[in-house]
Design a protein around this ligand. Structure first.
Ligand code: ARG
Length: 463
């Protein structure tokens, strides 16, 4: 190989390596947290007599200018800077000179990145939680309009028992409530300040970790430097919390796809949230819930990816950890937009009560009510009642009717053990009555559903 070619190859390798090593093109997302952390750190150094007042003031002014340059788009991010921490520090030094070089006293990028990233995750624990609260609110709102709207409750995707549509939606409100609580408890568990852990073992400088901690809004400093710089549990937690929430988003999306199909037609997506086919002019496709469902794959991938990065790391900091960020940023952005969109989809969906009601008349949804009646009123063993009910279902099938549509004579003729059954049984087989009969705590009756709405409303108000 010629000397010249060799040189080109060397230069190319150097460039590839710089790019490989650098994180600035994605960790610039953390610029605000980085600057906030540096302001707190330099303030603490000043309070401790490690930094002069002039230097501290120059640093603060300079950092605010860097922030403004980044926000206005004039800041030029360069691969040579490697990461956001070096990018901010070198621009600061360009602006304020010598003072900028003193900022990194008693600090390492290891505790710096742990701080920045934790601040970011903590912000997101709060904002995502807020979005989830809005979504719960929407579910409760729509549910309260449908506490008497009958829909077949299903198991195995087969018609099982009549429930009300509000009750069905409240199942999701409860799932999202648990999600809310997960983000909340992750916030509580992780609200401790890494700053001052330094590289891995603390610092010989007379720092005050309480000062940076309270400036940054953490509860107290973390208690073990080596654990702190290598810990990414807080990032794994938010990835898990997001994964669970998008799993719930995916489940309701799956139902929306099913419900909006021709076979069901229980709901119609408002035109804004339905798309057309480029070839079939008659079509209205549920692309939006499909995408909400599809995003789940990537979000789970991000969780597994960070678990895998972390599993083999010796203490303390290792560069592998730089791989922690992109997945978190991606999952955060995915859930933010997913929650916003799902909220609108639920608010604007058009509910077809007639289709829901007619579907309730397929599959003898109130059959269990006959068995329950025989147990309650005639003290019959449940299994005996079960077989008698089977005979009544057979009669209904022969007559091409739903069990709720049989006459008292038709019922009586089905099995000799109920030849004299009281006419009041007809009230029990009525679909709405069947739904309202499930009045046990947590059940589907309109009364219980209203109670559940009350509980959720009180909870929402307390948050
Ligand atoms: N960009 C690095 C990261 O995200 C910052 C920490 C670098 N520390 C080091 N000692 N190389 O993890």
């Amino acid at each position: 190989m010629s000397k010249q070619n060799n040189q080109i190859l060397k230069n190319t390798n150097a460039k590839i390596l710089d790019e490989f090593n650098a994180s600035v093109m994605f960790d610039k997302e953390l610029y605000a947290q980085d600057i906030k952390g540096s302001i707190a750190h330099s303030q603490m150094l000043f309070e401790q007599g490690i930094l002069s007042k002039e230097d501290k003031e120059a640093i603060h002014k300079g950092l605010l200018q860097v922030k403004q340059e980044i926000e206005s788009g004039e800041f030029e991010f360069k691969i040579e800077h490697e990461d956001i921490h070096m990018a901010v520090e070198s621009r600061l030094t360009e602006i304020v000179g010598e003072a900028g070089k003193r900022l990194h006293t008693a600090r390492s990028r290891n505790d710096q990145v742990a701080t920045d990233f934790r601040l970011y995750v903590q912000d997101k624990n709060i904002s995502i939680k807020q979005q989830i609260k809005e979504l719960i609110n929407t579910f409760v709102d729509v549910a309260s309009k449908h506490t008497t709207t009958l829909i077949p409750g299903m198991t195995h995707l087969q018609h099982a028992q009549p429930i009300n549509f509000g009750y069905h939606l409240l199942a999701y409100a409860n799932m999202f409530k648990r999600d809310y609580e997960r983000f909340e408890s992750s916030y509580e568990r992780n609200n401790f300040s890494p700053l001052g852990s330094a590289a891995l073992a603390g610092t010989p400088h007379d720092i005050n970790r309480d000062s940076t901690c309270s400036q940054l809004g953490f509860y107290s400093p973390t208690t073990h430097a080596m654990d702190t710089v290598s810990d990414r549990d807080f990032a794994l937690e938010i990835l898990f919390n997001i994964s669970t929430a998008v799993m719930h988003i995916s489940r309701i999306s799956e139902e929306l796809v099913t419900w909006s199909s021709y076979e069901f037609q229980f709901v119609r997506m408002s035109d804004e949230y339905a798309t057309t086919s480029s070839i079939m002019p008659q079509k209205k496709n549920p692309d939006v819930p499909e995408l909400l469902r599809g995003k789940t794959g990537r979000v789970y991938g991000n969780l597994i990816s960070l678990f895998t990065v972390m599993k083999g790391l010796p203490l303390a900091y290792n560069k592998d950890t730089q791989e922690d960020k992109e997945g978190v940023f991606d999952s955060v952005k995915t859930i933010e937009v997913s929650l916003a969109i799902l909220n609108e989809v639920i608010k604007t969906m058009i509910v077809n009560k007639d289709k829901m009601y007619n579907a309730c008349k397929i599959g003898h949804l109130s059959a269990t009510d006959l068995a329950d009646y025989l147990v309650q009123k005639q003290n019959m063993p449940f299994r005996t009642a079960y077989y008698i009910t089977k005979d009544v279902v057979a009669t209904a099938n022969e007559l091409n009717k739903d069990i709720s549509e049989l006459t008292i004579e038709e019922i009586r003729k089905s099995n000799e053990q109920i030849a004299n059954i009281d006419e009041e049984i007809l009230n029990y087989l009525d679909l709405e009555a069947s739904m309202n009969a499930r009045n046990s705590f947590g059940g589907t009756s309109t009364k219980q559903t209203n109670l559940q709405i009350e509980v959720l409303k009180n909870w929402l108000e307390s948050k």
